[in-house]
Design a protein around this ligand. Structure first.
Ligand code: NAX
Ligand code: K
Length: 484
């Protein structure tokens, strides 16, 4: 599991490390890492390092200091380096002296636009961990002149370190070099960060519990239920799916199919699409209603059940069953419209809600805002439920405040029916007895991997994602988790 720490926690950890390290040593480690990555980008984009031209955008603090020291290291490799000082009175003195000693040039922002249009690489040392808000002044004006790949120091300047929000001019990086620990911006706004490279500066022993976590392939594989020699179809957990309608049976077919492919436990379907489901998935025990369905160890409810009285009745019945529930799509809307339906839930019974941004706003009564992590954490606490907020970066919050992040490689999951597949996966894991927070996070990981495998660079339907679930699980159960 990868940890991600907010600036507040990093500052405290860095202060402890700084106190135990010779002055300037941490910056040198960080800057050396920046220089190595800069040389790598130059070689990748231009074929050479010697004789190439690099511009440093240097702000008022240590982020600018990192860039200046990195510039001095690049000079030793024969790179022509020019620093643009955005706040000359507050430039990092030792870094500037090092750059000058190495033969680097220094110019004012007024003369920088032409330089930025002609160099081979720009190093963004404008702001780092102390960033507040979008870029201002000269920095804001110069962003539009950048024509080369950008290597961001610690994070792309102008993007909020803790929320990833962009509220005005900001850098878009080709690659970001960060130090000691990943910060929220790196997972909450991957488009702005580009590829993220983590440099070890010795911070690990100082870091406490992470604020956000990301599951590795091995974590997902370890969480996924595997039958043992004494298991039978019942012992692995029976998943119930209450989804779809006679007019719209698709949601039922997709959610049920995902549950069928996720684990080797049994799947029951309850609802008006029983005939269609049976025809597509002969291994499913399909009945017309939740009352007739028989015992299950978890329910998936919502996709395609409608938002009227009938759907409300189904949701109530499922919540009353006293087993873990994954409530998706129409179930979320029903909870927003008829909050009293939640009274049917036995306190303490696991509940997983899976809203997208619109459903989240309906459910909570307010728009998401810039701080998605805070919003999803608050909703999880309020509903005493695991809340999975869908998006290119999917967040999964537990009622106790733990948050998992799943970053999709592509955006192919933005297609009709893909949410139904996700809810089926979560339901199967809940039935298999997996912790609900981990179940939602692991399901999100397999879902996005299945989409990448199925898409391979071209659009894919939800049925295609569904069909790629076995492939995704196969990938995960092999060491190394090779990505498509
Ligand atoms: N503390 C440590 O242990 C280490 C810190 N390092 C570097 O130090 C950075 C943090 O440095 P600092 O705390 O000095 O601060 P920054 O360099 O992040 O910011 C400098 C100054 O920029 C100004 N600023 C804030 N928002 C702005 C905006 N929107 N537009 C323009 N200016 C703005 C503020 O006055 C702030 O003090 C890290 O990101 C990293 O790059 C590294 O050298 C590694 C070690
Ligand atoms: K930066």
């Amino acid at each position: 599991m990868q940890g991600i720490w907010t600036t507040e926690h990093l500052r405290a950890a860095e202060a402890r490390l700084l106190a135990a390290t010779p002055e300037g040593a941490l910056m040198q480690r960080a800057a050396f890492g920046v220089a190595v990555q800069a040389a790598d980008l130059l070689a990748e984009h231009t074929g050479h390092v010697v004789g190439r031209r690099v511009a440093l955008l240097v702000g008022a603090g240590n982020n600018g200091g990192d860039a200046l020291w990195a510039g001095s290291f690049l000079r030793r490799r024969g790179v022509a380096v020019t620093a643009v000082l955005l706040n000359p009175e507050r430039t990092h003195a030792a870094g500037l002296a090092a750059l000058r000693r190495s033969g680097g040039r220094v110019i004012t922002p007024a003369r920088a636009s032409q330089l930025l249009e002609s160099v081979d690489l720009v190093i963004d040392g404008i702001i780092g961990l102390s960033a507040r808000g979008a870029l201002r002044g000269d920095a804001a004006a110069l962003v539009g002149h950048i024509g080369a790949p950008v290597l961001a120091v610690d994070l792309p300047s102008g993007v909020d370190p803790d929320t990833g929000a962009v509220t005005g001019p900001a850098i878009t990086a080709t690659r970001t070099v960060t130090f000691g620990a990943r910060k929220p911006v790196h997972v909450l706004n991957p488009e702005r960060c580009g590829e993220v490279v983590l440099i070890d500066i010795g911070l690990a022993p100082e870091l406490g519990e992470p604020d956000l976590r990301r599951l590795d392939g091995v974590d997902i594989a370890a969480a996924w239920p595997v039958p043992g020699p004494h298991d039978n179809k019942y012992t692995q957990g029976v998943t119930g799916v209450a989804a779809g309608s006679a007019t719209y049976p698709g949601a039922a077919v997709l959610a049920t199919g995902a549950a069928v492919l996720a684990t080797s436990g049994m799947v029951r379907y309850a609802g008006p699409a029983a005939d269609v489901v049976r025809a597509r998935w002969p291994e499913v025990i399909a009945t017309g209603s939740v009352t007739d369905a028989g015992r299950v160890q978890a329910w998936v409810v919502g996709p395609g059940i409608g938002t009227g009285q009938e759907g409300r009745g189904v949701l109530r019945q499922v919540l009353e069953a006293g087993v873990p529930v994954c409530a998706d799509a129409d179930a979320t809307t029903l909870m927003a419209r008829f909050p009293e339906v939640l009274d049917a839930r036995e306190p303490g019974t696991p509940l997983v809600l899976t809203p997208h941004a619109g459903e989240f706003a309906r459910l909570t009564g307010h728009e998401l805002g810039h701080d998605r992590v805070a919003a999803v954490r608050e909703a999880a606490r309020k509903y005493d439920a695991v809340v999975l907020l869908k998006g290119n970066t999917t967040l999964v919050a537990a009622p106790d405040g733990r948050v998992l992040v799943n970053v999709a490689q592509g955006s192919w999951l933005a297609t009709a029916g893909s949410g139904d597949v996700l809810s089926g996966l979560i339901g199967a894991l809940l039935a298999g007895g997996v912790d609900p927070w981990l179940a939602a996070g692991a399901a999100a990981g397999v879902h996005s991997l299945a989409a990448d495998l199925a898409a391979r660079g071209v659009p894919v339907s939800a049925s295609g994602v569904l069909a790629a679930i076995p492939d995704a699980l196969r990938h995960l159960r092999h060491p190394g988790f090779p990505r498509p």
